[in-house]
Design a protein around this ligand. Structure first.
Ligand code: NAD
Length: 508
């Protein structure tokens, strides 16, 4: 077994359930690396009973954790961040081995985990409520924030650690317990991260069941979370289809959802744009993580006067990029997560051609020496109309569509004319265009950037998108409020009752 896996406490066969203790009596599933197809380790999945029990143990842990002072909760999260700092290299290599993302990207992912722990530690002293003047004499009126309960966290394969940390760091300082259902494509990272959290809790005296884990299928591990009323919030990251199913199931029991779903992110290149800046941002936005980021650039809306120049520069960059081992720092694009993802890209390209799109380069699977495992593909650029059915969907791989516009209003309309609303960017040196893009009538996405690309996130800002992207916000700003329940309270410090004061109450 790989030494990094051993160093992180993984075994050739690891249990995939943590509820304060480690278990897993379900199916034993091998996890192969997309780098070379070799088996990394095996994981014992949760049974239905184990997954349900994990929610129960997390709920018991919550009942105690919610009355632990918030800054004391923050100390556990501070130490979690320190533990991630110490294990950054090993954890990043595991992320690369398991997902195929570049080692530099994986290090960035672990750094995000560290950063959100720092953020949440400070936040543990700032879970501020409000006081406001009461309309009733002798009364104080306030709004306060209380812990919510067990938060079910369902994550996608492409950020196998950072998305958990966004949720878990905020939820735990807010006084919640978390039960994590990771993608079945990335169970090893989830086990390694949970082991780190367990050790930290043993050190601080927190009940480690606040960081529960259930590795398993959506039907077994997923449903255990979705159907359990002891989990008032389900925070789910993944495809729009998954989000629709989850929202219906959790909504049926009046649970809350925080949805972070697919994107279909566009870059507008205006006549005044700096072409070097725009091309670099499009290139890295489209081929970063082999096009498997929710914020990956998928559509480029080019002013007709810039079309040929930007197209040719992108083609030159695509034809010379180095594809291969993501652990080699010279590599620019690694493998996709599995062979099925390569097949999905091929299917999308075939559909694109049938619908009238024109492929300019790429899209071929790579085989042979250095490409064992069948997960490598050359990145594809195509010319396509925004309205084509395939362009309206998110293809989760390195497939980039170029399209033309004549006037800025059309470019804005094209940016918005897709079901998803996650990220967007506009390259322009015209201040009026920049302001229009960011205005109420501009981009309808949760993220809108001027002269920087669509991909990536800073933990300080609220992250998420509109429309079919789900409307959820995670990470910075006041996203913590999603993990708490709001209570409006009045205190009467007089000896009169409000009605006796002759004040009429409206509403409620
Ligand atoms: P996916 O939808 O296949 O799976 C995501 C997670 O949901 C996995 O853990 C999966 O097991 C689980 N799941 C799927 N169906 C479920 C169900 N019916 N009940 C319970 N759980 C269920 O997505 P993926 O292929 O892992 O990830 C890629 C997708 O995630 C892309 O669409 C991407 O845009 C999106 N994503 C969005 C964000 C964001 O912040 N908006 C971030 C990362 C990824």
């Amino acid at each position: 077994m790989h030494s990094d896996l051993r160093a992180l406490g993984l075994k050739p066969v690891s249990p995939g359930v943590f509820d304060g203790g480690w278990r897993g009596c379900g199916e034993c599933v091998a996890k192969c690396s997309p780098i070379d197809g070799r088996v990394l380790a095996r994981v014992r999945h949760a049974t239905r009973a184990e997954a349900r029990a994990a929610v129960g143990f997390a709920h018991e842990a919550f009942l105690e954790w919610r009355s632990t002072p918030a800054p004391v909760r923050g100390e556990t999260v501070r130490q979690l961040g320190e533990a991630f700092r110490r294990r950054k290299s090993a954890l990043a290599r595991l992320v690369t081995l398991e997902t195929g993302k570049l080692i530099g990207e994986a290090e960035g992912e672990v750094q995000e985990m560290i950063d959100i722990c720092d953020f949440a530690t400070g936040l543990s002293r700032q879970l501020h409520g409000l006081t406001m003047p009461s309309e009733r004499r002798g009364h104080r009126l306030m709004e306060q924030w209380h812990p919510l309960g067990v938060v079910g966290v369902i994550t996608a394969f492409n950020f196998p650690a950072a998305v958990w940390s966004w949720n878990a760091a905020l939820a735990s300082v807010c006084g919640d317990a978390v039960v994590w259902k990771p993608s079945s494509k990335t169970p090893l990272t989830a086990i390694a991260v949970t082991r780190i959290a367990e050790t930290v809790c043993h050190g601080t005296g927190a009940n480690p069941a606040i960081f529960g884990l259930v590795v398993g299928s959506p039907e077994v591990a997923g449903d255990a979370l979705l159907e359990d009323k002891r989990a008032p919030l389900i925070s789910a990251t993944g495809s729009c289809r998954m989000g629709g199913t989850i929202a219906a199931k959790v909504g049926a029991r009046f649970g809350r959802t925080l949805l972070e779903l697919g994107g279909n992110n566009a870059v507008i290149v205006a006549p005044s744009a700096d072409p070097d800046l725009a091309v670099r941002a499009i290139f890295f936005g489209a081929i970063g993580t082999a096009g498997q980021r929710c914020t990956s650039t998928r559509r480029v809306i080019l002013h007709a006067s810039r079309f040929a120049d930007v197209r040719d520069r992108l083609l030159a960059a695509y034809r010379s990029l180095r594809i291969g081992d993501p652990l080699d720092r010279r590599t620019v694009m690694g493998p996709l997560v599995d062979a099925a993802a390569v097949a999905d890209v091929q299917t999308a390209i075939a559909r694109l051609k049938r619908q009238g799109g024109e492929v300019l380069c790429g899209g071929e699977p790579l085989r042979g020496r250095g490409f064992a495992g069948g997960c490598y593909v050359t990145p594809c650029i195509a010319v396509a109309d925004n309205g084509l059915p395939i362009v309206q969907e998110e293809t989760f791989g390195p497939l980039l569509y170029l399209m033309r516009y004549e006037n800025f209003a059309d470019a804005l309309a094209m940016n918005n004319a897709v079901p998803q609303g996650l990220s967007s960017a506009c390259f322009t040196r015209d201040q009026r265009e920049a302001e229009q893009f960011l205005s109420a009538c501009g981009s309808d996405c949760g993220l809108a950037n001027i002269n920087c690309g669509t991909s990536g996130a800073e933990i300080g800002g609220a992250f998420g998108g509109e429309k079919a992207t789900g409307g959820g916000r995670e990470s910075g700003s006041d996203s913590w409020k999603a993990y708490m329940r709001r209570q409006t309270s009045a205190v009467n410090y007089s000896d009169e009752l409000p009605l006796a004061q002759g004040i009429e109450f409206g509403g409620g």
